[in-house]
Design a protein around this ligand. Sequence first.
Ligand code: ADP
Length: 164
Amino acid sequence: MKTAVFPGSFDPITFGHVDILERSSGMFDKIIVAVVHHVGKRALFTLEERVEMIGAATRHIPNLEITSFRGLTVDFLRKKQAHIIVRGLRSFTDYEYESQIALYNKHLYPDSETVFILANSNYTYLSSSGVKEAALLGGDVRTMVPPPVLEMLKEKLRQRGELQ
Ligand code: ADP
């Protein structure tokens, strides 16, 4: 069984992430979408909220498992007996960053392979941080995130007193 892991912050999941999952789901028997707990990186949503949003945004994709983890991605792969990491590439800047991480992972776990999927040209501009910033400033992010994410984003900003 070919299992791939798609690790990321997903704070929150965007149409760019969903597109990568839709396109890669046919390539593997199972994809584990794994929300990474980054030490020292302040997130808007909790790990649990991010897992919930991913579930709501990807109901149409059949072979996904959604979870979160702390620690090294390669340790998570070993635990899940997976060898493939899926990552999306939007730009040359992504490539520089992603290729370095992929090489670290290869050194730490030689049996692992990172598979890069080129971002959909409609979504190359899209990032979770951009969505948060736009939403925070009152921008319309309907074309950037799936409806359930939009709702949770509004709710979160309301809770924080940043949206009327
Ligand atoms: P991380 O903090 O691990 O980079 P992200 O949630 O920002 O987590 O991204 C997870 C993965 O999804 C990364 O490989 C990233 O390049 C990819 N990604 C993010 N946004 C997009 C997008 N708009 N299109 C395609 N891939 C994307």
